[in-house]
Design a protein around this ligand. Structure first.
Ligand code: FAD
Length: 419
C-alpha cells in the first residue's frame, strides 16, 4: 500500500515511521527544508502524561476573564473578523462543561499513557537520541488556593492509572536540588513520576533519518497546494517545489498531518476541521551553572510556563495567544517567559543569549486530536494535537498506521469512525 503523508512535524514523522513499519511504501511531503521546523521545532519538551486536563475546563472562563486586557496574560484572545476564530471560541466554551472536560481528560490520558510507552519502545528499538530526560515532571504550586485542588487532581490521575505523588517543598528540593532557589516560593509540588522530556526537533530529525533508512521517501521544500478528487475520493495532490515546478503525487491513502495548516488544506475538500492556531513562545537559553540547573522538567501551573533541560540548554515555554496565523513575535509575551527564568532560576541560564521562538499549536476546542478517516475517500487525519503534540506523537503515529492498514488501534480513545 502506498501512503502519502503531508507534513513532517511530530505527527507526520511518527505517522511515516509506523506506517513504514507496518509494511507501507511511504512518501512524506514537507514544505520546509527538513523535519520538525514549524511547531515541532522548539516546544516545551515535555512528555506530560500527568497533565491530561485540557485548557477547556470548568474554571477556564473565569480565568480567561481575569486575564483580559493584560498584555502578558498566559492566555490572550485577539478578536478578528474571522468566523473560524469565533466558531472555535464558542466550541471551546462548550468543552468547558464538566462532563466534556472529564471525557476529554480521560481520552487524552489514555492516549498519552500509550504514547509514552510507544516512545520508550521506539527509543529502545532504534537507539535514537534526542536529549531525552526521565524521572518525571514537577508541577510547582506557589499559591495555597491553587495547591488546595491538588489532592483531587492526584485522585483523578490515580483513577486514570497515572503514577503521581504530592511532595512538600523540602521533599521536592531533595528530589530536585535545582529547585533550591525557589524553595521559599513553593507551597507544594505534584510529581508526575513517569513523565519525561526531550528535544522534539532532534527527535523528528533522528526518526526521519531512521525512517529514510527504512525506505521512507521525504520530499522537502515541496508544498501541497490542493487535492484532486475523483468520485468522492482523493486521486492525487498537487504539489509545488522550491523552483516553482508543479507536479501531481498519487497514493492509495493520504495522511493529513499539516499541524495548524490542516484545516486550510481540508477546506478544499469541503471538510471543516475544528482546529485553530494557538500561538506559544519559547526561549532556549545556554546553561551557565550546570550544578544548579534542574534535571527534571518543571511546570508552573498558574503561569502556564514549562521548563526543560535539553542538553546544555534550558528551554522555557508557555503562553497562548489566539491571533490567527500571525507568527510575529510579541516581545511582551516572551518577556514574561524571560522574567520567569530570571526570577525562579536566577544565574542558572543566560537569557540574554537565548534563542527566541514562537509556534502555532494546532488546537481543537477540547485539545483532543483528530485521528482517523476523513469524510473524503482515502483521506486520513492525524492532526489537532494542540498543547500535547509531543506527548501524544508516538501513540498517534502508531494509531493512524493501525487505522490506515485496517487494524484496530490499542488505546481507548475516541478515534474518528469511518462514515
Ligand atoms: C510554545 C509551545 C510549547 C509546547 N510545549 C509542548 C510540550 O511541552 N509538550 C507537548 O507535548 N507539546 C507541546 N507543544 C505542542 C506541540 O509542539 C505541537 O502539538 C506539535 O508540535 C504539533 O505537531 P504537528 O506535527 O501536528 O505540527 P507541525 O510541527 O507544525 O508540523 C506540521 C508540518 O506540516 C507542514 N506543512 C503545513 N502545510 C503544508 C503544506 N501545504 N505542504 C507541505 N507541508 C506542509 C509544516 O511545514 C510542518 O512542518 C507546545 C507547543 C508550543 C507552541
Amino acid at each position: 500500500m502506498e501512503v502519502l503523508v503531508i507534513g513532517a512535524g511530530l505527527a507526520g514523522v511518527t505517522s511515516a515511521w509506523y506506517l513504514s513499519q507496518a509494511g507501507c511504501k511511504v512518501t512524506v511531503v514537507e514544505r520546509q527544508s527538513g523535519p520538525g521546523l514549524e511547531t515541532s521545532y522548539a516546544n516545551g519538551g515535555q512528555i506530560s502524561v500527568s497533565h491530561p486536563e485540557p485548557w477547556a475546563n470548568p474554571g477556564a472562563p473565569a480565568t480567561v476573564l481575569r486575564w483580559l486586557g493584560r498584555k502578558d496574560a498566559p492566555l490572550l484572545f485577539r478578536p478578528h473578523a474571522d468566523a473560524a476564530q469565533w466558531r472555535w471560541a464558542l466550541a471551546f466554551l462548550r468543552e468547558c462543561l464538566p462532563g466534556r472536560t472529564v471525557r476529554n481528560t480521560t481520552a487524552i490520558a489514555h492516549l498519552a499513557d500509550y504514547s509514552r510507552d510507544q516512545l520508550r519502545a521506539l527509543r529502545a528499538s532504534t537507539g535514537i537520541e534526542y536529549e531525552a530526560g526521565t524521572g518525571g515532571i514537577l508541577h510547582l504550586f506557589e499559591d495555597p488556593k491553587d495547591f488546595a485542588h491538588v489532592p483531587a487532581k492526584l485522585r483523578i490521575l490515580q483513577d486514570l492509572g497515572i503514577r503521581a505523588q504530592i511532595l512538600d517543598p523540602d521533599q521536592a528540593v531533595a528530589l530536585e536540588p535545582g529547585l533550591a532557589a525557589m524553595r521559599g516560593r513553593l507551597v507544594g509540588v505534584l510529581h508526575g513520576i513517569d513523565d519525561e522530556c526531550g528535544n522534539a526537533h532532534l527527535f523528528c530529525r533522528a526518526l526521519a533519518a531512521k525512517a529514510e533508512e527504512a525506505g521512507v521517501r521525504f520530499r522537502f521544500n515541496t508544498t501541497v497546494q490542493s487535492f484532486e478528487v475523483l468520485k468522492r475520493a482523493i486521486s492525487g495532490v498537487r504539489v509545488e517545489d522550491a523552483e516553482g515546478r508543479n507536479g501531481m503525487l498519487r497514493a492509495d491513502a493520504y495522511v493529513l498531518a499539516a499541524g495548524s495548516y490542516s484545516p486550510l488544506l481540508a477546506r478544499s475538500l469541503g471538510e471543516r476541521l475544528p482546529i485553530y492556531p494557538v500561538k506559544g513562545y519559547s526561549i532556549t537559553a545556554p546553561i551557565i551553572d550546570p550544578e544548579r540547573a534542574p534535571h527534571l522538567s518543571l511546570t508552573d501551573e498558574a503561569r502556564r510556563v514549562v521548563c526543560s533541560r535539553l542538553g546544555n540548554f534550558l528551554r522555557v515555554a508557555g503562553t497562548a495567544e489566539l491571533n490567527g496565523y500571525n507568527l510575529e513575535a510579541n516581545p511582551a509575551r516572551s518577556a514574561a517567559i524571560v522574567r520567569w527564568l530570571d526570577e525562579r532560576l536566577p544565574g542558572v541560564a543566560d537569557a540574554s543569549r537565548a534563542e527566541h521562538w514562537c509556534g502555532l499549536r494546532p488546537t481543537t476546542p477540547g485539545n483532543v486530536p483528530l485521528i482517523g478517516p476523513g469524510r473524503t475517500g482515502k483521506l486520513f487525519l492525524n492532526t489537532g494535537h494542540g498543547t500535547l503534540g509531543w506527548t501524544l506523537a508516538c501513540g498517534s503515529g502508531q494509531a493512524i498506521a493501525d487505522i490506515v492498514t485496517g487494524l484496530r488501534p490499542e488505546p481507548d480513545f475516541p478515534f474518528i469512525r469511518p462514515r
